[in-house]
Design a binder for this molecule. Structure first.
Ligand code: ATP
Length: 251
């Protein structure tokens, strides 16, 4: 039984078929990459996996169970967390507070309590802060905990967003183009981080950059014009003629 599965998923936007009968499955401990040229359907696939977009046909399964109408707010109780291209950090809040927001329990209770000035348990706060610091530490960002998130350089903000996803201790982490806007060196560092995290969580990585996908993924699904054109290990996919043809002229 797969940890997470898309089965025969089709998505249409008006007359455009963004995904056509796409299937993929993520196994425990796996880093599964989804690549493809511009317009291939990667973002749409990510949005289906997060519940932002509902497929016209097909199903999303978690541990073999059909999810029906998946919505983004269902993710925490399904043991899933995501990072988004836009990061979505609260710029004026500290790095630590941003990470604390990622814990489901806090998001449901403490965060709203904080907003509305309701009392909450100091012990819960402390435990959450410790977990959040541990997540930041794992990503090499603990020393920035007290700084406003908005003032950090972009690669560090990415790490904060990743820590926020991790603090919920997901079984599956969904990453949307995490390498975008990073230099080659920063991409290598990110690759190391993802490999290290994959000891505890499976990863579905939707990414435009071939290099990082080839270096960190166990399995890769390649999309082109909304269809799966190849699926396999990095070595299998790298030399696939259909993949080479799809990427011709791409970076
Ligand atoms: P990129 O690498 O450029 O981000 P992508 O692989 O993520 O591309 P998608 O953004 O999923 O591809 O787009 C797949 C197709 O669906 C494209 O033809 C795109 O124009 C179309 N599309 C995506 N979202 C919408 C939408 N909301 N309305 C209409 N068409 C859309």
């Amino acid at each position: 039984m797969s940890l997470f599965e898309l089965r025969d998923v089709t998505v249409r936007f008006g007359g455009i078929v963004a995904l056509s009968e796409v299937s993929l499955s993520v196994e425990p401990g796996q880093v599964h990459g989804v690549i493809g040229p511009n317009g291939a359907g990667k973002t749409t696939l990510f949005n289906v996996a997060c519940g932002f977009v509902q497929p016209a046909h097909g199903t999303v399964l978690r541990n073999g169970r059909e999810l029906g109408r998946l919505r983004p707010h269902h993710l925490p109780r399904l043991g899933m967390a995501r990072t988004l291209q836009g990061l979505g950090l609260f710029e004026r809040m500290s790095v630590l507070e941003n990470v604390m927001v990622g814990a489901d329990r806090f998001a449901r209770t403490g965060f709203w309590s904080a907003l509305f000035g309701l009392p909450r348990s100091a012990r819960d706060d402390r435990a959450l802060a410790e977990r959040s610091m541990a997540a930041l530490d794992r990503l090499g960002a603990a020393k920035y905990a007290e700084l406003p998130a908005g003032g950090l350089p972009y690669p560090l903000r990415k790490r904060v967003a990743l820590a926020r996803a991790l603090v919920a201790e997901p079984e599956l982490l969904l990453l949307d183009e995490p390498a975008s806007g990073l230099s080659a060196h920063e991409m290598d560092e990110l690759g190391e981080v993802i490999t290290e995290l994959s000891g505890d969580t499976a990863v579905l990585l939707v990414e435009h950059h071939m290099d990082i996908v080839m270096s960190v993924c166990d399995m890769i699904t390649v999309l082109d014009f909304g269809k799966v054109i190849a699926h396999g290990t990095p070595d299998e996919v790298r030399d696939d003629p259909a993949v080479l043809a799809a990427y011709l002229g791409e970076d």
